[in-house]
Design a protein around this ligand. Structure first.
Ligand SMILES: Cc1cc2nc3c(=O)[nH]c(=O)nc-3n(C[C@H](O)[C@H](O)[C@H](O)COP(=O)(O)OP(=O)(O)OC[C@H]3O[C@@H](n4cnc5c(N)ncnc54)[C@H](O)[C@@H]3O)c2cc1C
Length: 380
């Protein structure tokens, strides 16, 4: 049984980009990707440098991604769920019902439902998360991003475009990126996202940041006017808890967003699949096993990502890092693989090739530097 507070066909503010990792998760779910716009790689822009990259070839993930506007993508997913037997209640906000510290089900529209496992899949933390103590950790970074749709003759291109050298309207470097994600339907998803680790984050005006970025890309993309008002939302990158007696949190509700690229769809899919598989095996022990399994799969990478985000909160480090990241084609390829969490870590302890080695070194160095990074964080 699924409760959705929005109507059938609700939209979600998003860049709509699916990495090969997300495509792999959708393929595992046997979702037909033919309505999505196929994407072969990423055009990475930093200052005057542009690198055109193909998705890496690994044994674990396909070599293609996609752009699938969330309005259509999410509707497709929920319709598949309904076809598979899910009992979906739309326009039904649900809140967990607690008996002591155990979640025994939910309450929605004045009615209660009891369940052996309740899955909190409510997105960036709100009222439901608060009730079970699954709020964002205030000591960890998070992101904010804004997006709009605009017509462009380049809508059918098969590369995502990311401008890593983003600056606000005063010329201050912003840790984050501006994106142009062509949707293949006459439009492009244009947006900008920023990490909370930058100095002056609280004063950052996302609309102005988007306007500045738009001015930069409008010419080359022959952009038309926005089709709707730009909309912004949060990207949670931590959660105080992601399980407890009778419940687990998945996706954004569990803070599962990659701090290195803002990707969250894949993490929502993967954690959701894990939760349901473990529930089917044994509802009673599912929460503990889920927490362990999610931890094994994501915690080390996401911790490295959060440390990285403290690092690039410093403008000098950000500028130097960007120069290295796009300095050569090889460095850019490694950056794409590492930041997209596309390194084939299943290939064993020494696996994943050069990118695997870079990731392991980054893990170790950033873990050692963690206390300093947090102490010297650029004050908001
Ligand atoms: C501007 C922006 C751009 C982004 N771009 C990308 C991108 O290109 N690629 C990518 O992978 N990720 C991107 N992300 C992140 C991605 O959008 C999220 O990580 C992803 O949507 C998380 O999925 P979710 O199912 O956990 O939460 P959501 O997609 O937020 O879904 C949660 C659902 O729960 C419903 N809900 C909330 N509370 C309740 C309640 N109490 N009862 C019932 N229903 C409730 C909401 O209405 C919503 O439908 C972006 C995020 C932002 C803000």
């Amino acid at each position: 049984m699924l409760f959705e507070k929005g109507p059938h066909g609700r939209d979600k503010v998003c860049g709509d980009g699916l990495t090969p990792r997300a495509v792999a998760a959708l393929e595992e779910l046997k979702i037909d990707l033919s309505p999505a716009h196929r994407i072969d790689g990423l055009r990475m822009i930093a200052g005057k440098k542009t690198r055109e990259l193909l998705w890496p070839t690994t044994d674990r993930f396909p070599n293609h991604g996609a752009v699938w506007p969330r309005h259509r993508f999410d509707t497709h997913l929920i319709d598949v769920a309904i076809e598979c037997g899910a009992d979906v209640h739309f326009e039904s906000e649900a809140l967990p019902v607690l008996e002591g510290d155990r979640v025994v089900g939910v309450r929605s529209n004045g009615e209660s439902w009891r369940a052996p496992l309740t899955i909190l899949a409510a997105g960036a933390q709100g009222a439901a998360a608060k009730l079970v103590g699954a709020e964002r950790d205030p000591n960890e970074p998070f992101g904010l991003a804004i997006r709009a749709y605009a017509p462009t003759p380049r809508h059918a291109e098969r590369h995502l475009e990311a401008c890593l050298s983003l600056r606000d309207e005063h010329g201050t470097p912003v840790p984050g990126y501006g994106w142009m994600f062509p949707a293949g339907d006459g439009t492009v998803n244009i947006g900008v996202g920023a990490l909370s680790t930058m100095k002056g984050f609280r004063k950052l005006n996302l609309n102005a940041l988007l306007d500045t970025y738009r001015a930069q890309v409008a010419g080359p993309w022959q952009l038309g006017p926005y089709l709707e008002r730009p909309r912004a939302w949060r990207l949670p990158m931590s959660s105080r808890r992601r399980h407890g007696p009778g419940w687990v949190a998945v996706g954004d509700a569990a803070g599962l967003v990659n701090p290195m690229n803002g990707e969250g769809i894949d993490y929502g899919l993967e954690s959701g699949m894990l939760a349901s598989r473990l529930f089917v095996e044994d509802p009673a022990t599912a929460p503990e096993r889920y927490d362990r399994a999610v931890g094994e799969r994501f915690d080390a990478f996401l911790a490295t990502g959060r440390r990285f985000s403290f690092l690039i909160g410093h403008p000098l480090i950000l500028r130097t890092g960007l120069r290295v990241a796009v300095g050569t084609q090889l460095a850019a390829d490694i950056t794409l693989e590492v930041m997209g969490n596309l390194v084939d870590t299943d290939a064993g302890p020494g696996g994943g090739g050069l990118s695997g080695r870079v990731l392991r070194v980054a893990d170790r160095v950033l873990a050692l530097a963690d206390p300093v990074l947090r102490r010297t964080r650029a004050a908001a």
